[in-house]
Write a protein of this length. Structure first.
Length: 150
């Protein structure tokens, strides 16, 4: 059985898409693997995201914001499904991904960029919970493959 590669995409690849990649890949077998990227990626991983990932038992050093362009190259992993977190009230256009994989949207609100300290960390925790719930629901509906081997 071949591995299914999923690409989670949002604008900055700084919270939702990275949290989705990390959540999906927890306890992964070999049937599905997630990646994440951004249209205009942030310069680095937000400290609050880093801290929340550590709380959840995820090694945050393995994650950083990446441009979507790296998944458009001939040497990139073949992407079988694109999952987009489109910003509400804003529009961004996704480039054409090689092999034109299907695309679904998950509606998760962006983390408020004006929050700081404990409020920001709680907002990231809430975002992680929302992302996990959305992924679990999408798996249950058959929109996303399970990350566990069959």
């Amino acid at each position: 059985m071949l591995q299914t590669n999923i690409l989670f995409v949002d604008e900055a690849n700084s919270d939702r898409s990275i949290l989705a990649e990390a959540y999906f890949n927890q306890g992964i077998a070999y049937s599905a693997r997630a990646f994440s990227a951004g249209i205009a990626p942030a310069d680095g991983l937000d400290r609050a995201v880093y801290d929340v990932m550590r709380e959840k038992g995820i090694i945050p050093d393995d994650y950083c914001p990446k441009p979507i362009d790296i998944f458009l190259q001939p040497y990139s992993p073949r992407i079988d499904l694109v999952v987009a977190f489109r910003p509400r009230g804003k529009v961004f256009k996704l480039p054409i991904v090689p092999y034109r994989p299907p695309m679904i949207d998950l509606l998760i609100d962006e983390v408020d960029g004006s929050l700081e300290g404990k409020a920001r960390k709680q907002a990231i925790r809430d975002c992680y919970a929302d992302v996990g719930l959305a992924i679990d629901r999408a798996k249950a509906k058959g929109l996303l493959p399970s990350s566990q081997a069959a």
